[in-house]
Design a protein around this ligand. Structure first.
Ligand code: ADP
Length: 401
């Protein structure tokens, strides 16, 4: 991110997480390190960091620390997997970082100004700090490059696609890919035969139609602003609202973008001064009508997308909930599936007891009579990045030998 670096060290032979942490508030007041290893050491302290390069220095100090580190020297780290937000149409799978890949990441910085430039800084810092390691870029857009043209085009002049690359790209791809595969594995069926809808509901929210293991549509678009109602982002709106705000409210470009990205969504709708869904649910439970309608709008949008993606795929075998809200909120899961179980409805029926108990673990929460299976699948983007990285490195070694 622009002001934080999240990291996890994994031993891929033992399939085990060794340590993880985050350096936050980089370049701001009171930067902070949080770190924990699998032996139970936990560290929280203020650090002095002004940029991503310094943050990487702190991270490697932590990982090699005699007392609480997990490797002796930085050469023990054999590969570094980087989550890169935007790879556009050009990058369809994880790749070894080369100069050409870095220039593509820089080029797409135009479309993802908050994400790609810091991603590139992170890569360059790791090239210096881990000169022996393979650097691999894993893209959030890559999983969605299988979306067909009729689904990724907007109803705009075609030249805006061909010349300006304005189209649906989709995000959260690492998570949607990971949870769809976990879900297929859980029910023991090949993903190639399944139609799955994955709902990633965190601060950012998106929903994806996965047909035969490939993304065929997703709710985020040209940027991560489109689609579901999110923590502070508006999701789908009539674009004419933007002209109205500029003309009648006299807002300039920046003010409109701040409004739609940072002051809308659940923060704006519930109006309780928090975008944390737990706070909004508490307010509703205490009788706040605005919190109640905000939650209903949030769940209704999810339900509408579920219906439209069933139509897009011509059916559905499995519905998956993941991320902070999807993994933890029986209320939102049940509101999103409400009335989808009737006789002429979509065949999605939750089991109330399983739903109430189905938090933070991979489990099924549908009723025995439900035609569609409904699963909670904890996402693990770090593991997915590490796994993709391992594949890329192993394939490269295989080609070489
Ligand atoms: P990020 O997109 O930042 O990775 P997360 O996936 O961690 O976000 O999700 C954060 C969201 O999850 C917050 O809105 C938080 O309110 C919500 N959340 C976490 N636990 C619960 C819960 N028990 N009930 C409802 N919402 C929850």
């Amino acid at each position: 991110g622009s002001s934080s670096v999240k990291f996890t060290a994994l031993d891929m032979q033992g399939n085990a997480e060794m340590a993880s942490g985050v350096v936050e508030r980089i370049g701001l007041d009171n930067p902070q390190l949080s770190y924990a290893n699998s032996r139970g050491n936990h560290i929280e302290r203020q650090v002095s960091v002004s940029d991503v390069r310094n943050a990487m220095g702190i991270i490697i100090e932590c990982l090699t620390n005699k007392e609480y580190g997990v490797v002796k020297i930085n050469q023990e780290i054999e590969a570094v997997g980087h989550r890169v937000v935007h790879g556009g149409e050009k990058i369809t799978e994880p790749v070894i970082v080369t100069d050409m890949i870095k220039s593509v990441i820089a080029e797409y910085g135009e479309l993802a100004p908050l994400h790609n430039p810091p991603n590139l800084k992170g890569i360059k810092a790791c090239e210096e700090i881990f000169p022996h390691a393979q650097q691999v870029a894993v893209f959030d857009t890559a999983f969605h490059t299988t979306i067909p043209e009729h689904a990724f085009l907007y109803g705009l002049p075609y030249s805006l696609y061909t010349q300006d690359r304005i189209r649906r790209y989709g995000f959260h791809g690492i998570s949607h890919k990971y949870v769809s595969r976990q879900a297929a594995g859980y029910i023991g069926q090949p993903i190639e035969k399944l139609k799955i809808i994955t709902c990633h509901l965190g601060n950012g929210c998106s929903i994806t139609a996965v047909d035969g293991g490939r993304s065929v549509d997703t709710s985020m678009g040209f940027t991560p602003l489109e689609g579901l109602i999110m923590g502070t982002r508006c999701g789908d709106i009539d674009p004419a609202i933007v002209f109205y705000l500029m003309e009648h409210k006299k807002l300039d470009n920046l003010q409109v973008s701040e409004l739609l990205l940072k002051h809308s969504g659940m923060l704006g709708l519930a109006n309780i001064g928090s975008n944390d869904l737990r706070d909004i649910i508490n307010a509703r439970d205490k009788g706040d009508p605005q919190a109640d309608i905000a939650l209903r709008a949030f769940a209704y949008r999810i339900k509408k997308y579920i219906g439209s993606y069933m139509a897009a795929m011509g059916g559905l075998d499995m519905l998956v909930f993941t991320a902070g809200i999807g993994e933890n909120s029986p209320l939102i899961r049940s509101m999103a599936c409400k009335e989808l179980d009737g006789q002429n409805a979509l065949g999605i029926m939750l089991d109330d007891e399983k739903n109430a108990d189905g938090n933070r673990k991979l489990c099924a929460i549908h009723h025995d009579t439900s035609r569609v299976k409904v699963l909670v699948v904890p996402t693990n983007e770090e593991y997915e990045i590490a796994n993709e990285t391992l594949h890329v490195v192993q394939n490269r070694d295989r080609i070489r030998t």
